[in-house]
Design a protein. Structure first.
Length: 179
């Protein structure tokens, strides 16, 4: 094999490696894959105004993989995928879906408190929420970042609720309350 062919083979191998690594790196930086995805963010802090600081999303191809990641691998099924308990002090505050009745792509917020802290949706999930699983007693969905604008509530820890029709696909921030 000639030197030129060896260089060509090495170049093609490098291009293939870069092509495979770039989508993985993009997902790690908070950009989910274009197909249906299920992402998890973890609360790592809270500002004085209540805004939750979260990690970059970890995204998975299936709802089951995301639920296992959100529970730290300690998922205990009771009556379905959305009913699980976690060991330790963190749990799912809410899981937000872009389809009715807990279907479609989702993003799960894992934290330790239902005291009114709020989370701004990442831009790629703005105005996509149609239903939410309540890990807290009440989730208040706002149509603007920073708990501003019109809002609607979903109720019942451990249940999945559809948003009011007029708020469908309008959520840009969510606050998490115990009741």
């Amino acid at each position: 094999m000639s030197f030129a062919r060896v260089r060509l083979a090495l170049l093609l191998s490098a291009i293939t490696a870069i092509t495979v690594l770039v989508p993985a790196a993009a997902s790690a930086k908070g950009k989910p894959p274009p197909a249906e995805s299920h992402c998890v963010v973890y609360v790592v802090g809270q500002a004085e105004d209540g805004k939750l600081t979260t990690s970059n999303p970890d995204c998975y191809e299936t709802k089951a993989e995301a639920a296992t990641a959100a529970s730290g691998g300690l998922e205990t099924r009771n009556s379905g995928l959305d009913s699980f308990a976690m060991a330790g002090s963190t749990f799912t505050l809410g899981r937000h879906y872009d389809g009715y009745n807990g279907t479609g792509s989702s993003i799960t917020v894992v934290g330790s408190s239902c005291t009114g802290g709020y989370w701004n949706t990442p831009t790629w999930f703005d105005n996509r929420t149609t239903s939410s699983y309540n890990g807290c007693g009440r989730l208040r969905h706002y149509d603007k970042p920073g708990k501003r604008g019109s809002s609607t509530n979903t109720y019942g820890a451990g249940t999945t609720d559809n948003l009011a029709a007029w708020m469908n696909n309008r959520t840009e921030s969510v606050a998490y309350y115990s009741s």
